[in-house]
Design a binder for this molecule. Structure first.
Ligand code: AMP
Ligand code: MG
Length: 414
C-alpha cells in the first residue's frame, strides 16, 4: 500500500483501482419495464434480435427493379407492376420485365437490382434505361444491419434514446434492467444553511448537496437525501446509520480533511472500514472511501469545486460499477493551450477550461478563469477539464495539453 503514495499523496489512478477492486455490483435484482421507461436504465440481460434487420431485401432507391443481365439484351423492359413500402409486388419477375419500386419496398422475386428513377424513361409500359446496373445494386440486403439471434445490446449497457429507437425497431416493448441504485447523500458542516434562508455571519449555503443531487438524478439514481448534518458525533452517527440501512452507497461532503474539528473520521472508524486518503489531484485532495455494513461510502472534500470534481472523476465510475454498468473510458483529446497555464508539480491538475476550434479547425483551450477550489464560477463557465499530469510544471502558450470534454453531468450543453 505504501508504494502508492508519493509525498503522502495517493495517485488518482491507484485510488480508482483500489475502489473499483473493493466494489461489486450492489444489486442482481432485475425488473421488467416498458420501453417508455427504459431510457437511462442498465440492462441486466443482453438483448437479442429475434429476426434479421432489414427483415427482407428491399430497395435503397425509388426506381425500377429488374434483372441486371437483361440490360445486355435490350435497354427497354416491360413494366408488369409495382412494389411499394408495405405493399409488395405479388408475383415474380421474368426475363425482359421490370417492376416500379419505392425506397424500402420488398425486392420482387426474380429481380436482382434496382435502377434509380433518374436514369429511366417511362412510355406507357415500356421503360427505357439510360444507364447500367450490376446485380445487387441499390438493394439493401436482409440481415445487413442485424442478423437473427445477434446480441444488439449487451448486459450492463446503459440505454440511450437511440437505443430506445433500436429496441422499438426490433419490436421489443419490454426490457429487463437492474433496479435503480439507491444513494444516500448528506452535507456536513455547522456553517451550512439551506438556500432560500437568510445567511448569518459566518454561514454559507450548502451548494454541494444541491449539485450532487442533480448529478445523481441525471444518472438515474434514486437519491435518499439525508440533509444537512451538523458537526456533532451523535447526528453524524445517526445519518450514517440511516444511510447504511437504506442505500447501496452513501456520499457526504465536507469534514474529511485531517485535523478538523469534526467527527467524520471517528464515527466512520466506529461504524465501518473507511480509509482517509490524500489524493494527488487538484482540486480535491482529501477523500474518504470505504464501507459501512454493505453500503459503500464516499467522503468528498467540502470545497465546492473539489467536491464536484472528485465526484465526477472518482465516484461516478464507482457508482456505475455498483449499478451493474459496464466500465467506460473517458475520452481525452489533445488541444493547444492559447495561454500560459500555471501548474506546480506534485498533483494532477484538473483545471477548468474553455475549448473551441480556431479558424483552421485546430482544437484550442484556455483557462476558464480563477481556479480556486471554492470558486464555482470556474466550473460553471467551463466546457472541459484541462488534465495536466502530476509531475508537469507550467504550460507555455502554444503547448499541447490533454482535455476532457464535459459530459451531460457537468453541463447541460452535451
Ligand atoms: P471541510 O472539508 O468541511 O473543511 O470544508 C472545506 C470548505 O468547504 C469549507 O470552506 C466549507 O465551508 C466548505 N463546504 C463544506 N461543505 C460544503 C457544502 N455542502 N456546500 C458548500 N461549501 C461547503
Ligand atoms: Mg467542515
Amino acid at each position: 500500500m505504501t508504494d502508492c503514495f508519493t509525498n503522502g499523496l495517493l495517485d488518482v489512478e491507484q485510488a480508482m483501482d483500489k475502489m473499483l477492486s473493493a466494489l461489486t455490483p450492489a444489486t442482481t435484482e432485475s425488473q421488467n419495464i416498458h420501453l417508455e421507461q427504459a431510457c437511462g436504465r442498465i440492462l441486466s440481460e443482453p438483448v437479442r434480435s429475434e429476426f434479421s434487420v432489414p427483415p427482407f431485401d428491399n430497395s435503397a432507391m425509388d426506381g425500377y427493379a429488374l434483372r441486371a443481365a437483361d440490360l445486355k439484351q435490350s435497354n427497354t423492359l416491360r413494366l408488369i407492376g409495382k412494389s411499394f413500402a408495405g405493399e409488395p409486388f405479388d408475383g415474380a419477375l421474368d426475363a425482359g420485365q421490370t417492376v416500379r419500386i419505392m425506397t424500402g419496398a420488398v425486392i420482387p422475386d426474380g429481380a436482382d437490382a434496382v435502377m434509380m428513377q433518374e436514369n429511366c424513361q417511362a412510355e406507357g409500359d415500356n421503360i427505357t434505361f439510360n444507364s447500367v446496373v450490376k446485380a445487387g445494386d441499390n438493394i439493401r440486403r436482409s440481415g445487413e444491419d442485424i442478423r437473427s439471434g445477434d446480441i444488439v445490446l449487451p448486459r450492463g449497457h446503459k440505454i440511450s434514446p437511440v437505443d430506445i429507437g433500436l429496441l422499438a425497431s426490433l419490436g421489443i416493448a419490454e426490457v429487463t434492467v437492474y433496479r435503480p441504485l439507491r444513494v444516500a447523500l448528506f452535507s456536513s458542516g455547522d456553517e451550512l444553511v439551506l438556500p432560500g434562508t437568510p445567511l448569518k455571519q459566518g454561514q454559507i449555503y450548502d451548494s454541494n448537496r444541491a449539485a450532487l443531487r442533480a448529478m445523481l438524478e441525471k444518472m438515474d439514481i434514486e437519491v435518499i437525501d439525508l440533509g444537512l448534518i451538523p458537526d456533532d458525533k451523535k447526528h453524524l452517527e445517526e445519518a450514517m446509520q440511516r444511510g447504511a440501512h437504506s442505500a447501496d452507497a452513501m456520499i457526504s461532503s465536507g469534514g474529511v480533511s485531517v485535523g478538523e474539528a469534526d467527527y467524520t473520521k471517528e464515527v466512520l472508524e466506529q461504524l465501518g472500514q473507511v480509509s482517509f486518503w490524500k489524493l494527488a489531484i487538484k482540486p480535491g485532495k482529501p477523500f474518504a472511501f470505504g464501507k459501512v455494513d454493505d453500503c459503500a461510502f464516499f467522503g468528498l472534500p467540502g470545497n465546492p469545486v473539489s467536491a464536484l470534481v472528485t465526484f465526477h472523476q472518482l465516484v461516478t465510475p464507482a457508482l456505475a460499477l455498483l449499478g451493474g454498468q459496464m466500465p467506460q473510458q473517458s475520452l481525452l483529446l489533445s488541444a493547444i493551450s492559447s495561454d500560459k497555464l500555471k501548474k506546480r508539480p506534485g498533483r494532477m491538475d484538473l483545471q477548468r477550461g474553455i475549448c473551441w476550434q480556431d479558424e483552421n479547425g485546430a482544437l484550442m483551450v484556455k483557462s476558464s478563469g480563477k481556479q480556486g477550489s471554492g470558486l464555482l464560477t470556474s466550473i460553471s463557465k467551463a466546457n472541459c477539464f484541462i488534465r495536466l499530469p502530476r509531475e508537469s510544471g507550467d504550460i507555455q502558450a502554444g503547448e499541447s495539453v490533454q482535455i476532457q470534454l464535459f459530459d451531460g453531468l457537468l453541463s447541460s450543453k452535451s
